[in-house]
Design a protein around this ligand. Structure first.
Ligand code: SAH
Ligand code: SF4
Ligand code: F3S
Length: 582
């Protein structure tokens, strides 16, 4: 087994007393020779757990590795370098990491030079790195959230020294610019605006794993966003553990409202942000959100609990009244604003009454969506030392009750959307059926609708036909070009060929057999979505067959064929007309 070299290890106790100001680095990227030689013809694999902060770190690591000459693989077996980017926020996030590490044992047996690196928030926990090494001796490099920009140097040192390395910086954190990055998406992008967190909610590990709160310069954020707009990105999400605090460290009046407005002005079609702590949510922010149509009217506002005593013990710095007043204010200034939240169930010694206060608050707010979690003690946080008399069973029962209340609110909002038209950013064909597209509305609702795959990465107007709790079914609404064509059609209606075409069209529309077939197609489409959502593969396959049969019968019907031929003649005439005009 290669020697271990411990360069630095985390110290969580220091986190609370951090006073140093962050250093701003503008790195020049140098690829060490050893890494360049190693990267030739080799592939890297990255698996990320946790939140968007980790996703962004993955994009940056991928940027460094591609610059060094590695190519990417999604296949564990193909990897020559594997990186596991971990999350520490809850116990179950950590358990998934152990499973992932185990998958790479075979790579080592196949190739002695295979390199396994583990990084991310879990590594910033005291004792974790040593525990991992003892359990999985084939891990080669361990690093933390602060040394992501050092990834190539760590790799070079490992190659050069043939030693396994542990280098976890434990400090307030720098701000590093000029980072390379290979984004995971071509039309939706995450942009960090702040790093770290100074709130120290008593249950939360994040302030210890990600360092003190620090803001990127306005000009650096704007440069990054401007580039994304130029590249055709459709959506930017501004990221921070608490975006509301943006700019406070500058001490010059710069605020989150400032940066939000400046980015909105760049003209990105959709702008989102997360997360907002309810404690320092300013009215200025609401005015900016209300003012710019491209800022999504959707706010993620984690409440965590609906009981004042629990909130106090969580260190959340607001009361339920403060929170509900803020909700009222949001809805007054931005009437259709969607609200989503995070809630923790079973905080130490939470009484049944205290839990039921959370239910009451959720019934009152009627969230558009919520992430619900069972409290998970995190070593080194104050809450982990609190006495807890609530049993696991009680926690699970409460969790199930909460989910039901949340679902009722989510469904109510979804029902209100039926019959209305919403702008959807199309993610592409839905996973289960290439004929259906899916995408998200401004309020974060998932919509499925039939449409061409070419719409991927574009905005489309979709009318909602049906609502389910977690998704909606809709149909595409005409775009402005079709409206223009319809106006032109009105003036062409007097043409004999046009008359014939529309006579055929009327027959197709009024024929009882075809009406029946159209209904069959629609029903089958709905069944497909319903079965797909329920994970019923047999039902889905049956519905798909019914859909195909009805489609074929429809296409082959003589009246439809007549319509196609009349349409062809009309098109030829139109082409002649257009050529004459050009
Ligand atoms: N900075 C964000 C998100 C932090 S982590 C915020 O403040 O909202 C995301 C969510 O995980 C938190 O909102 C909280 O609901 C949940 N969470 C954090 N620590 C947890 C713990 N120890 N147990 C269970 N849930 C936790
Ligand atoms: Fe954790 Fe609280 Fe900071 Fe969010 S605001 S990251 S919950 S400490
Ligand atoms: Fe997890 Fe770290 Fe994010 S603990 S939630 S990956 S900040």
């Amino acid at each position: 087994m290669p020697k271990k070299l411990f360069k630095s290890l985390p110290d969580m106790s220091k986190a609370r007393n951090r006073v140093d100001m962050p250093t701003l680095r503008r790195d020049e990227i140098v690829v060490p020779q050893e890494v360049e030689a190693f990267a030739k013809g080799r592939k890297f694999f990255i698996k990320t757990f946790g939140c968007q902060a980790n996703v962004r770190d993955e994009e940056i690591m991928a940027g460094y590795l591609e610059l060094a000459g590695f190519s990417r693989t999604q296949d564990h077996g193909q990897a020559d370098l594997a990186i596991i980017n971990t999350c520490a926020v809850r116990e179950n996030a950590e358990e998934k990491v152990y499973g992932e590490i185990g998958k790479f044992k075979a790579n080592h047996l196949r190739d002695k030079r295979f390199t396994l690196a583990v990084c991310g928030c879990m590594m910033q926990e005291e004792g974790k790195a040593k525990e991992l090494i003892a359990r999985y001796p084939y891990i080669n490099i361990i690093f933390g959230t602060h040394n992501v920009p050092e990834i190539l140097d760590l790799l070079a040192e490992h190659i050069r020294s043939k030693k396994d390395l542990v280098d976890i910086l434990s400090f307030p954190g720098d701000i590093v610019e000029n980072l390379p990055s290979t984004r995971l998406d071509d039309y939706k992008a995450f942009v960090n605006i702040t790093y770290g967190c100074d709130k120290f909610c008593t249950y939360c590990i994040v302030p210890y794993t990600r360092g003190r709160e620090r803001s990127r310069a306005v000009s650096d954020i704007l440069d990054e966003c401007r580039k994304l707009v130029e590249e055709g990105y459709q959506e930017i999400t501004l990221l921070g553990q608490n975006v509301n605090s943006y700019g406070k460290d500058f001490g010059d009046g710069t605020s989150f409202a400032t940066i939000l407005e400046e980015v909105a002005k760049l003209g990105i079609p959709r702008l989102r942000f997360m997360t907002s702590h309810p404690w320092d949510f300013s009215e200025d922010m609401l005015q900016v959100i209300a003012k710019y149509p491209n800022i999504a009217k959707c706010i993620h506002l984690p409440v965590q609990s609906g009981n004042d005593e629990v909130l106090r013990r969580m260190g959340r710095r607001y009361s339920c009244k403060d929170y509900l007043d803020l909700v009222d204010k949001i809805r007054r200034i931005i009437p259709d604003c969607a609200l989503t939240t995070d809630i923790i169930v079973g905080f130490p010694d939470e009484t049944l009454e205290q839990f039921e206060d959370t239910l009451t608050l959720c019934e009152e707010v009627q969230y558009d969506g919520a992430f619900t979690f069972i409290y998970s003690p995190r070593n080194g946080t104050p809450a982990a030392k609190m006495a807890d008399n609530v049993t696991d069973q009680e926690k699970h029962e409460r969790f199930d009750r909460l989910v039901k209340v949340i679902e009722q609110g989510v469904s109510a909002h979804a029902k209100e959307m039926v019959g209305k038209t919403y702008r959807v950013l199309v993610d592409g064909p839905s996973k289960k059926d290439a004929g259906m597209l899916s995408g998200y509305t401004e309020s974060g609702k998932l919509v499925h609708f039939p449409g061409p795959a070419q719409l991927k990465g574009h905005m489309a107007d979709v009318r909602i036909l049906e609502s389910h709790t977690f998704s909606l079914i809709g149909e595409l609404v005409e775009d402005p070009w079709i409206t223009l064509a319809r106006d032109l059609r009105a003036s062409l209606l007097e043409e004999p060929l046009a008359k014939e075409y529309f006579a055929c069209k009327r027959q197709v529309e009024e024929d009882p057999g075809l009406i029946e077939l159209r209904k069959k197609i629609q029903d089958a489409q709905r069944d497909m979505v319903r079965f797909a959502e329920a994970g019923n593969d047999v039902g889905y396959a049956k519905a798909k067959k019914a859909y195909k049969d009805a489609q074929d019968a429809y296409q082959n019907h003589p009246l439809v064929q007549n319509l196609l031929s009349a349409g062809g003649e009309l098109r030829n005439e139109l082409m002649t007309l257009m050529e004459a005009l050009s």
